[in-house]
Design a protein around this ligand. Structure first.
Ligand SMILES: *[C@@H]1O[C@H](CO)[C@@H](O)[C@H](O)[C@H]1NC(C)=O
Ligand SMILES: *[C@@H]1O[C@H](CO)[C@@H](O)[C@H](O)[C@H]1NC(C)=O
Ligand SMILES: *[C@@H]1O[C@H](CO)[C@@H](O)[C@H](O)[C@H]1NC(C)=O
Ligand SMILES: *[C@@H]1O[C@H](CO)[C@@H](O)[C@H](O)[C@H]1NC(C)=O
Ligand SMILES: *[C@@H]1O[C@H](CO)[C@@H](O)[C@H](O)[C@H]1NC(C)=O
Ligand SMILES: *[C@@H]1O[C@H](CO)[C@@H](O)[C@H](O)[C@H]1NC(C)=O
Ligand SMILES: *[C@@H]1O[C@H](CO)[C@@H](O)[C@H](O)[C@H]1NC(C)=O
Ligand SMILES: *[C@@H]1O[C@H](CO)[C@@H](O)[C@H](O)[C@H]1NC(C)=O
Length: 615
């Protein structure tokens, strides 16, 4: 009787290695529908299977390009010859020319068909990481799909003409988002129409109200509402916050007049027109490139709970108008979908960030300048529920100089795998990214948001500082989780006084933390702005650059965390001490014996134990 059991086990283990394609994604690559790509992801076997369905009887090209162009792209070209034989090759491009065939062929063609009415379908597969320098790695990094096909039904692969090629920015390993189901959901919108101010950067805030709810509902989806090309071109991002009136004040009395007035005012000024201080709970955010957000089927964002029949919101729009256009009027908004059919879990949102302030100072012409903001364990310890929280989506936010974004998590003496890591962050493509595996955050975990900037594209003689404009920087993550907890925002910064001291600044006058400061002492610098001093009076040696980066990463930060009702200030925070092992993704391409043993020994032991158990 032992023999069949062993066989059964072996068969089972083979099956579980080649588990299954658990996620299925689709993109219409050519706007006219002539090139449709489906792809399925197997996270266990780490394989992606593509299905390119293209309106041609000639060749079909598909590629993955970190830069978006041909250069550096990993490309396959395939099709079916007149005589019915299929062809397919793994190639790479070194320029805007016919891609070169790779020495190793790592993409596998599984099927090729061509219909008489002229549709070619290619099914092909590849590993996330083929360990071939002539291929690119598929990871959680933002990348681009590039595509092309023969406009003349030709199998003679020539360098493709325009009109039959294109690029799509994509995060290829992200799971699919459930479909929008407007037929079954109710909706309301939060929107604002106005003439965009003719300033480079404007943060405009208006107050809005939800419909009246007589019982609790769940919000299940958010869809951006940008109805014109102007709205798409000039709405850099927006945040919608929920509002809570001061104690003992009726919400309608407090917020109603602002809703009815409708005009709003600038957000980050000393005395804003609207009560921004009472609208601090992040509700939804969107940024350039962002798509519809549909929550997983077991999760809803609660609204209309007892005592709160109407929700009030502050809608903060970041208008980006670098050429200072005048008289441009458009509508910006969001559609909120909700249902009375309550789901299993209530969702919440939380921010982990570096403060947006002068403490974030990037030396001129920097490549790879890193900064980090911390959410100290004291915050998670005090404000998370005992069973912890489960994160299901993350949005990472930086401005034009942001290049790499990493969300780190530390527990005890270990660093856990990165929940989000994008080494090719794309400012033009900011998404609330669903996680393929939910992330657990427990009480006492320390969270760190790391951002890396490149400012060589900017005026090479000027520093970049933290601030609101897209040419200033931010370092933020906003994540969606359940069950809803008290903690809503957690940040830190290297004390601004310390960075001032490095440049001989004794005191400065700032009306808000977001603005450049005016030096008040010493007298030799008085009247100059902080950036003016840094741009004209500082000799940016490589030692100074390194010192700024190192000190802001390693010297104690001042931190803060907020709940709806409390603010907790924490001094002397930084990377947790006593971490014995930092997380490092496994190098799948290291063929050294030591590296392979690390992997195979546990599998081997596991097999032996399973056999013993069966026997
Ligand atoms: C490939 O996609 C096409 C439509 O886009 C579909 O009709 C076809 O069934 C798919 N093939 C496979 C093997 O999934
Ligand atoms: C089919 O056509 C291609 C291209 O002309 C040629 O290379 C290939 O040998 C042909 N195959 C057969 C089976 O005739
Ligand atoms: C290829 O796909 C076609 C159409 O879906 C199917 O009829 C055929 O059996 C497939 N061939 C192989 C080798 O899988
Ligand atoms: C903007 O509109 C106003 C009023 O319609 C008009 O007087 C003004 O000339 C316009 N400005 C520009 C730059 O078009
Ligand atoms: C991508 O992120 C997910 C979390 O959503 C993580 O589980 C996975 O290991 C990451 N994949 C790679 C290839 O880094
Ligand atoms: C900025 O750095 C690049 C190399 O990274 C260098 O070529 C360029 O000269 C630098 N610019 C200035 C103004 O120093
Ligand atoms: C600081 O700025 C405020 C307004 O921006 C101004 O009223 C005040 O005089 C300034 N203080 C100094 C010392 O310059
Ligand atoms: C391969 O892995 C081994 C053991 O994990 C490590 O010592 C070695 O440095 C790695 N080699 C490379 C090229 O990464």
């Amino acid at each position: 009787m032992r023999f069949p059991l062993v066989l059964f086990f072996l068969q089972f283990s083979l099956l579980s290695i080649h588990s299954e394609f658990s996620q299925h994604r689709t993109e219409i690559l050519a706007a006219d529908g002539s090139y449709v790509l489906h792809w399925s992801i197997d996270y266990v076997a780490k394989v992606v299977r593509f299905n390119a369905t293209v309106a041609t009887r000639g060749y079909v090209g598909f590629g993955i390009s970190p830069s978006g162009g041909m250069t550096g792209a990993d490309i396959v070209i395939g099709g079916i010859f007149e005589n019915g034989t299929a062809y397919f090759s793994d190639r790479h491009a070194v320029g805007e020319s016919l891609p070169i065939v790779d020495k190793a062929q790592n993409w596998d063609l599984l099927n090729a068909t061509e219909t008489t009415d002229g549709v070619t379908t290619l099914i092909f597969e590849r590993a996330f990481n083929t360990c071939d320098d002539e291929d690119v790695v598929l990871s959680n990094d933002t990348t681009n799909f590039i595509w092309a096909y023969s406009p003349t039904n030709s199998d003679d692969v020539v360098y493709h003409t325009s009109g039959f090629r294109g690029t799509l920015t994509v995060q290829p390993l992200d799971p699919e988002v459930p479909p929008l189901d407007p037929g079954h959901w109710s909706q309301y919108d939060i929107k604002h129409t106005m003439t965009m101010p003719d300033a480079d950067t404007t943060y405009w805030c208006t107050i809005h109200r939800s419909p009246v709810f007589t019982e609790k509902h769940h919000i299940v989806a958010f869809e951006p509402l940008l109805t014109s090309s102007e709205a798409i071109a000039h709405t850099h991002h927006y945040n919608i916050f929920r509002c809570t009136p001061p104690d003992g004040v009726d919400a309608e009395t407090f917020f109603g007049p602002h809703v009815d007035a409708g005009v709003g005012g600038e957000c980050y000024v000393a005395q804003p027109e609207v009560p921004t201080a009472y609208c601090q709970t992040m509700f939804y955010n969107w940024a350039v490139g962002g798509r519809t957000l549909v929550l997983p089927p077991n999760i809803g964002y609660p609204i209309g709970e007892t005592g709160n029949p109407v929700d009030y919101y502050m809608f903060e729009i970041h208008y980006n108008n670098p050429t200072r256009l005048q008289n441009v009027t458009f509508e910006t908004g969001a559609i909120i979908y909700y249902t009375p059919e309550l789901r299993q879990h209530d969702a919440g949102l939380m921010v982990v960030a570096h403060h947006t302030s002068l403490s974030l100072t990037v030396p001129p012409n920097s490549t790879g300048f890193k900064t980090a903001g911390h959410c100290d364990s004291a915050c998670t310890e005090e404000y998370l529920p005992e069973e912890g929280i489960n994160v299901f989506a993350i949005f990472l936010h930086a401005h034009l100089s942001g290049r790499k974004m990493k969300f780190r998590q530390f527990r005890g003496d270990q660093e856990l795998p990165w929940a989000a890591n994008d080494d090719t962050y794309d400012f033009e493509f900011q998404q609330t990214r669903p996680l393929s595996k939910e992330l657990k955050i427990l009480r006492g975990d320390h969270l760190t948001m790391e951002c890396t900037y490149d400012t060589t594209w900017y005026d090479q003689s000027k520093v970049v500082i933290g601030g609101l404009s897209t040419t200033n920087e931010m370092c933020q993550s906003i994540f969606w989780y359940y069950p809803r907890a008290e903690l809503r925002d957690c940040r830190s910064e290297y004390p601004t006084e310390e960075i001032f001291a490095k440049f001989g600044i004794e005191s400065a006058n700032r009306s808000t933390p977001y603005e450049d400061a005016i030096i008040t002492a010493p007298t030799s610098l008085a009247g100059m702005s902080y950036t003016e001093v840094l741009n004209t009076r500082v000799d940016w040696t490589s030692e100074l650059r390194k010192a700024i980066e190192q000190d802001s990463l390693t010297r104690p930060h001042v931190g803060v965390c907020w709940t709806a009702s409390e603010t907790k200030n924490i001094d002397q925070i930084g990377y947790p001490s006593g971490i014995v092992r930092e997380y490092a993704p496994r190098d799948e391409c290291n063929s050294s014996l030591a590296n392979r043993l690390v992997l195979t020994v546990p599998i081997f032991l596991g097999m032996i134990f399973s056999l013993i158990e069966i026997v």
